[in-house]
Design a protein around this ligand. Structure first.
Ligand SMILES: Cc1cc2nc3c(=O)[nH]c(=O)nc-3n(C[C@H](O)[C@H](O)[C@H](O)COP(=O)(O)OP(=O)(O)OC[C@H]3O[C@@H](n4cnc5c(N)ncnc54)[C@H](O)[C@@H]3O)c2cc1C
Length: 492
């Protein structure tokens, strides 16, 4: 079987959808391929988009923000992931990017969350989604898609509708296995499912998506059967690209071998993604001559809020040494913990514990409640003195000035799990950040003509360090950039 289009996009998540819409807007014919049914990690996500500089929602909420203020904060957060010029452009265009998403049908809202949290409850949609409250000028820039529960499904559904409205042909259950290259990339060789096994594969891959995150052994078992169906019933398909190919096939957190090779300290976490995050997109790019960067950067999430009272706690290591700042974003805390061999505790006094327990009912979304309750019960030890609580936790006495009111508690927030309950009650989500090196003006994979990359298959704004919303914001930014420029390539 053969298909031809101007532009071929591999992967139908946020980056792929944005690339396709933008390419189609130039009049190009576009085909999007997805190994499963589309959505990827995007549809499972919280649907939070990091945006600022005066978005419509910020203005409506009375929040003062400028592209310069956003750039000052993000520059400190993302460091040298991209050039300063690219970061400035990202911030300068941020409010327009959010308006573009609204034009595609993605709903946002101006209700500001009044407490520090890793994800707001259904009452709030604009919040401090990074470490802004530890910054001199704390501006909320986390724009959560307006929808109940985790909002990523609505975020993706609206982008998917926009993609189809734009006249893009979406071919699901079609896996890219090889790029066709001569002096440039001219197409993709695929394996596609046809006929009866499609329904079985769709059912299995849909059923595997959530357990893959929340009950990994079940998710992996269901995915193994789906993969066997692909192997048994996949047919060859060649998709020719007259102008070029965009790789937007996600990251590699589902590929244990790649994680072991590039980030050996990051074992045992919860893979924050889908079975599609097997690194196949990145490997297609390197096989064609592309290079990679920041594959060792993995975002490790150790949120201590909600409840917000826990940000008053002091982070301590195995030697009782205080470190870091509990008001910072969960991935910044996670990075510090990984550097301490994965061992860390949060020291709190009795007042903090009492307030935190009272906040659980009002400050947590359903998926956060179990974890908050775990941390405040099974996850902690309590004793009347600092020495006694340290002895119970199995660490040296915390080297801190006397503070608060006894009894004291130490909450175990280590990333290495010494018991089933710890891994289950306080899982440690991990997300890969690095990918193919691209030209920051165009999104073209460096050194490979006719090939572009976006989202978690590429190096982008969030590739050094992540705050909530920055991955999706980067997918929109880099996806649109790649789609726009690939459609302008000369036809071959
Ligand atoms: C539970 C969870 C919550 C999150 N919350 C947020 C949040 O609120 N805000 C935020 O910014 N980030 C969040 N993230 C991270 C963010 O969702 C991802 O980084 C982002 O969605 C990646 O988008 P993408 O387009 O690069 O890849 P994806 O959305 O994963 O899409 C890639 C697609 O490519 C397909 N594919 C893979 N390989 C192939 C192949 N060989 N051939 C064809 N198709 C292929 C896959 O099936 C998939 O559909 C969250 C992630 C998770 C899992």
């Amino acid at each position: 079987m053969e298909v031809t289009a101007d532009v071929v996009v591999i992967g139908f998540g946020a980056a792929g959808a944005c690339a396709a819409v933008e390419a189609a807007a130039t009049g190009a014919s576009v085909v999007v391929l997805d190994r499963f049914h589309g959505g990827g990690a995007t549809a499972l996500s919280g649907g939070v988009v990091y945006a600022g500089g005066g978005t419509r929602q910020q203005v409506e909420a009375g929040v003062a923000d400028t592209p310069e203020a956003m750039h000052a904060y993000l520059g400190h957060e993302v460091r040298d992931a991209v050039s300063d010029a690219t970061l400035r452009r990202f911030c300068q265009d941020s409010a327009k990017m959010l308006a573009w998403l609204e034009d595609q049908g993605v709903p946002f809202d101006a209700r500001v969350c009044p407490f520090k949290t890793s994800y707001p409850t259904d009452d709030y949609y604009l919040y401090h989604s990074g470490s802004e409250t530890a910054w001199p000028d704390p501006v909320p820039r986390g724009h959560r898609t307006r929808a109940k529960g985790t909002s990523g499904d609505v975020f993706f559904a609206r982008l998917a509708e926009a993609t189809r409205r734009a006249g893009v042909r979406v071919m699901t259950q079609t896996r890219a296995v090889e790029l066709i290259t001569a002096d440039r990339v001219t197409g993709v060789r695929c394996r596609t499912l046809t006929g009866a096994p499609k329904a079985l594969h769709r059912t299995l891959s849909r059923a595997a998506a959530k357990p893959w995150l929340y009950l990994p052994p079940l998710g992996r078992a269901l995915h193994r059967v789906a993969a066997a169906v692909e192997r048994r019933f996949g047919r060859s398909l060649t998709v020719h690209a007259r102008r070029g190919v965009v790789i937007a096939a996600g990251g590699f957190i589902a590929n244990r071998e790649m994680v072991r090779r590039h980030a050996p300290a990051h074992r045992g976490g919860l893979p924050l993604g889908t079975p599609g995050d097997d690194g196949s997109g990145i490997r297609l790019g390197t096989a064609a001559g592309g290079t990679t960067d920041r594959l060792d950067k993995i975002s490790v999430w150790r949120f201590v809020t909600p409840p917000s009272a826990l940000q008053r706690g002091i982070l301590v290591d195995l030697d009782g040494e205080p470190f870091g700042d509990a008001t910072r974003y969960g991935a910044a805390i996670g990075d510090e913990i990984v550097r301490r061999d994965g061992k860390a505790w949060l020291l709190i006094d009795d007042d903090t514990l009492t307030v935190a327990k009272a906040q659980v009912g009002t400050q947590t979304a359903a998926f956060q409640r179990f974890q908050a309750r775990y941390l405040l019960s099974r996850g902690l030890v309590t004793a009347p003195t600092l020495e006694a609580v340290a002895a119970k936790a199995g660490i040296r006495a915390p080297r801190v000035e006397p503070f608060g009111r006894p009894p004291y508690s130490l909450i175990n927030i280590s990333v290495r799990f010494d018991s089933f309950w710890h891994g289950f009650g306080y899982p440690c989500p991990m997300l890969t950040l690095g990918g193919l090196v691209v030209d920051e003006e165009t999104g073209a994979v460096q050194g490979v003509q006719g090939l572009y990359a976006a989202g978690r298959s590429a190096v982008g704004v969030c590739s050094e360090s992540y705050v909530s919303g920055l991955a999706l914001a980067d997918c929109v930014f880099s996806g649109r950039r790649a789609g726009h420029h690939v459609a302008k390539e000369a036809r071959c």
